[in-house]
Design a protein. Structure first.
Ligand code: URA
Length: 205
């Protein structure tokens, strides 16, 4: 069932929300994933960081951004003085979407229906945390938070607004940075990412 119209209103604290999400049936992604991966961080975090969806490592660990993309994020955040522990780190989609290939599980981008279905959980997290700023990493986060994931390369580094007016700073996704094949293009993308994270760090200072 896709509608989710029969789900109760979001729970009043993050642990209860997590328990609700653990039995989510709003889209089919729960079927193959190991577990739901909800956001983590302080309930009163001034900054919310939103990625796409848990990857292979996150799906197994039950925590966001602990795999290669998370390690790259942590490194750049450290370089610009952005304290991840002060942020609420989450994803637009809460279950890992993948295609099995031999022993490996290959990441698949969530479709618009899955992003829309899972927006309910992201909104519930946002209403509980009420961040002053949201850092949207990549097209899927941008799509969920601003209504469009298009043209992220030209929108990055700019601030847009979520539906409730919360400022959303757009940036690239760290997994994208890991995949840029050309060395010069990769260096340029890393520079942009670093600049965006340092804007977020300064807005928190
Ligand atoms: N990529 C994401 O978008 N989120 C994670 O949690 C891990 C990798």
């Amino acid at each position: 069932r896709l509608s989710g119209q029969d789900t109760p209103p979001p729970a009043g604290d993050l642990d209860a929300l997590h328990r609700q999400a653990a039995v989510c049936r709003r889209c089919p992604l729960h079927r193959d994933a190991t577990q739901v991966v909800m956001g983590e961080g302080p309930r009163d975090a001034p900054l919310m960081i939103v990625g796409e969806q848990p990857g292979d490592r996150e799906d197994l660990a039950g925590r966001p951004f602990v795999g290669p993309a998370g390690q790259l994020f942590d490194r750049v955040a450290g370089e610009v003085g952005l304290d991840r522990d002060r942020a609420f780190v989450t994803n637009a989609v809460k279950h890992f979407k993948f295609q099995p290939r031999g022993k490996r599980r290959i990441h698949q981008r969530p479709d618009a229906g899955e992003v829309q279905a899972c927006k309910w959980w992201l909104e519930a997290e946002r209403q509980l945390v009420r961040p002053k700023l949201i850092l949207a990493m990549g097209a899927t986060a941008a799509e969920s938070l601003t209504g469009s994931g298009k043209g992220i390369l030209s929108r990055r580094g700019t601030v847009e607004a979520a539906e409730d007016g919360t400022p959303v700073l757009l940036t690239l996704h760290p997994s994208y940075l890991l995949r840029v094949p050309d060395a010069a293009a990769k260096e340029a993308a890393m520079r942009d990412f670093r600049a965006d994270l340092s804007i977020a760090a300064r807005m928190l200072a």
